[in-house]
Ligand binder design. Structure first.
Ligand code: MRU
Length: 346
């Protein structure tokens, strides 16, 4: 992609982001000047994907501080804290969001004056965004080395440039492999119900000239059975000491991959690691019936029939062949010490 998914517009004091709900039909940049609008954008998945949510949370707290008219430091800090709470509550599963808000908030809390707080908040949010690109590049390099010179990779949801600032995690691995001269074909699962695979992954890979075909999610097992998939590479919303949380359907691919002896790789930066938590500590977001009941303006569910719309699922770490991080490749079982090493900042 030739632009960042999300960025700070210093001239206008706003956040600019690409509205992902409109892709692939329309590329629209949204200028956002208040925290409530940003929270809405996150809830509606205009901005989505764990690393991008971390950056959005960071910019959101910076925006609140930047726009504040409070003259008194403690009032400004309260506003920042309130903004962080609103944003962190929008989506509960991806740990990056709260990580991004709290990283900027801690700068605000450590400041000695409102001016210092404003400056520190913007600088920290920008640093998080810059760091994200660097982390993805490193993840890409480590992950690319795992892929054969010619291979077909299955991915789920969108863990690409759109889910980060640029480059991507799982798609970063694929981009880096292609950049290194490997011949990689991608099978993108469409990823019901919001189609991040067909709308977003296929869009960004096709734009980069990377070979991509889209399958219904339910075709993955068949392709593995036929020996058509050499590796599965996905991103993550949170990695605890026992579990990878990622888009609903990921667990199904991990089980199938194990059954067919296909390597299953999870690519994620340190901000996605939550080594202090276990599976049971994590809230899996339950989204609206409407996302399943409607496809555009077409009704797919009979009136009176409910849906069960979990946005993410939990894949036990022992189904993961390797965790690909900016610090290298970790093979489960990974000790808490190993997870902490993966989590340490660059
Ligand atoms: O609901 P979404 O679209 O935010 O879900 C995104 C995913 O599940 C991604 O795979 C994950 O955030 C990793 S993005 C690098």
């Amino acid at each position: 992609m030739d632009r960042d998914t999300i960025a700070w517009d210093a001239e206008n004091g706003t956040i600019e982001f690409l509205d992902q709900t409109l892709l692939p039909g329309e590329v629209r940049i949204v200028r956002c000047g208040d925290v409530e609008r940003l929270a809405q954008a996150i809830r509606r998945l205009e901005i989505r994907g764990a690393p991008a949510l971390g950056v959005a949370g960071a910019y959101g707290v910076a925006l609140a501080v930047h726009r504040s008219t409070a003259r008194d430091l403690s009032a400004l800090q309260q506003e920042a804290s309130h903004a962080a709470d609103i944003l962190a509550a929008t989506r509960p599963t991806a740990v990056n969001l709260a990580w991004g808000t709290s990283r900027v908030l801690s700068r605000v809390m450590a400041s000695a004056s409102p001016d210092e707080a404003k400056d520190a908040a913007i600088r920290e949010a920008k640093a998080i965004a810059t760091e994200d690109v660097e982390l993805c590049k490193r993840i890409g390099e480590h992950g690319a080395a795992l892929l054969p010179d010619a291979c077909t990779v299955l991915t789920h949801c969108n863990a690409g440039a759109l889910a980060c600032v640029r480059w991507g995690t799982a798609l970063g691995v694929i981009r880096s492999a292609v950049e290194a001269g490997k011949q990689v074909s991608v099978i993108a699962c469409e990823t019901r119900p919001l189609f991040q695979g067909s709308r977003l992954t296929a869009w960004e890979l096709a734009n980069d000239g990377i070979d991509v075909r889209v399958i219904p999610d339910s075709a993955a097992a068949h392709l593995m059975h036929k020996g058509r998939i050499d590796a599965v590479v996905v991103g993550a919303d949170r990695v605890t000491n026992d579990t990878v949380f990622n888009k609903i359907g990921t667990y199904m691919h991990a089980v199938c991959a194990r059954h067919h002896a296909v390597p299953f790789y999870v690519a994620a930066p340190y901000s996605t690691f939550d080594a202090a938590s276990s599976e049971g500590d994590v809230v899996i977001e339950l989204r609206s019936r409407d996302e399943i009941a409607w496809c555009g303006d077409r009704l797919l569910l009979p009136a009176g029939v409910d849906a069960l719309n979990y946005a993410f699922d939990a894949t036990p770490l022992d189904l993961v062949t390797a965790l690909v991080t900016e610090r290298g490749v970790f093979h489960p079982p990974v000790s808490t010490e190993g997870l902490n090493r993966a989590r340490r900042t660059i």
